[in-house]
Design a protein around this ligand. Structure first.
Ligand code: PSU
Ligand code: MN
Length: 303
């Protein structure tokens, strides 16, 4: 059977030569940030990864085709696309079968990356256990994917709009290693701190690459979550963020926002309530994660 995806020429060449490749998701572009900042972010992140000596591979379903690696033109078009589906494990094959266009979440991006043989993926923050999950049962499929698909995901923790203690409890239960990068505390997306200790800590990209390799030799399966705090100068203090989150959650509740809509709605409200500051921090953290992911991919290719 032929491959179920189409790689861009640069990604195909890099993979064939065993050169470092970093997977990138597309939900952050279509559902996580407004235009035109989303396109600026996506282009900037791709340039950063290339500058580190790795090849960026943005993943998306375009008219039913699972694409790994986009041209600059395609990236710009995607950033202006209205009505793209938000694809997780449940809907990836659906979009492909019905010829739809859809963006991949952390879960779907991990699936596609693993299929293509890409071991490192950079994002902003993973999905997790939503606040009030004890009644809503809203737990992101990202957590299950981390438990089953062997990709290292570099993030700034889980988004602070979530119930962070419950999110990290679930990851522990599922046997997903959570590694603080150079820190003993898990970051909380817009802030460097969360009050939650990092279960594991590594201080260099080489050490993370070596950890990933040992996991492979043990055939453990599943991913590694690297929690990389955003740079000090870009962080917003937790008490400021908490005020915006409380207001955003109250609005989501009042408007009856459910299921897949919750995360994009909350991120959008955070942007409005913060006068754009949450987006600036979000862009800074994605850039920082992309740089680290590229360094891990480079270290893996060299080992
Ligand atoms: N990181 C960001 N912005 C985002 C996301 C991550 O900086 O929009 C997306 C990812 O695609 C993640 C999704 O998988 O949010 C989580 O959605 P949900 O809670 O519905 O699983
Ligand atoms: Mn959900």
């Amino acid at each position: 059977m032929s491959q179920p995806f189409v790689c861009s020429k640069p990604v195909e060449a890099a993979l064939a030569a065993g050169r470092p490749v970093v997977a990138l998701e597309s939900t952050i572009i279509t559902h996580g940030m407004p235009w035109p900042q989303n396109v600026e972010m996506a282009r900037g992140v791709e340039a950063l990864i290339r500058a580190e000596g790795a090849e960026p591979a943005t993943i998306v379903v375009l008219d039913g085709v699972l694409r790994i690696g986009l041209t600059d033109e395609e990236l710009v078009t995607l950033g202006q696309t209205q009505g793209a589906m938000k694809l997780s494990r449940a809907d990836l094959a659906f979009a492909m079968t019905t010829g739809r266009t859809g963006s991949t979440t952390v879960a779907a991006t991990m699936i596609a990356a693993a299929l293509a043989g890409i071991g490192v993926f950079a994002t902003g923050g993973i999905g997790g256990v939503h606040r009030g999950a004890e009644t809503s049962f809203d737990v992101s499929a990202d957590l299950d994917e981390l438990a089953r698909t062997p990709v290292t995901v570099v993030c700034a923790g889980a988004k602070a709009i979530l119930d962070l203690p419950k999110t990290f409890e679930v990851l522990e239960t599922k046997g997903v290693p959570v590694v603080g990068y150079g820190v003993d505390e898990i970051p909380s997306f817009w802030s460097r701190r969360s009050g939650i200790p990092a279960p594991l800590r590594l201080d260099t990209p080489e050490a993370i690459a070596a950890f990933q390799k040992t996991r492979e030799t043990l055939a453990l399966g599943g991913g590694v979550l690297v929690a990389n705090p955003l740079p000090l100068e870009d962080e917003i203090d937790q008490s400021t963020v908490d005020g915006w989150i409380a207001a955003a959650l109250a609005d989501a509740d009042a408007q009856g926002i459910r299921a897949k809509e919750v995360t994009p709605f909350l991120l959008g409200r955070m942007f409005e309530l913060s006068g754009g500051r949450s987006l600036e921090a979000n862009i800074a953290l994605v850039r920082s994660n992309a740089r680290l992911a590229a360094r891990i991919a480079v270290a893996r290719a060299a080992a």
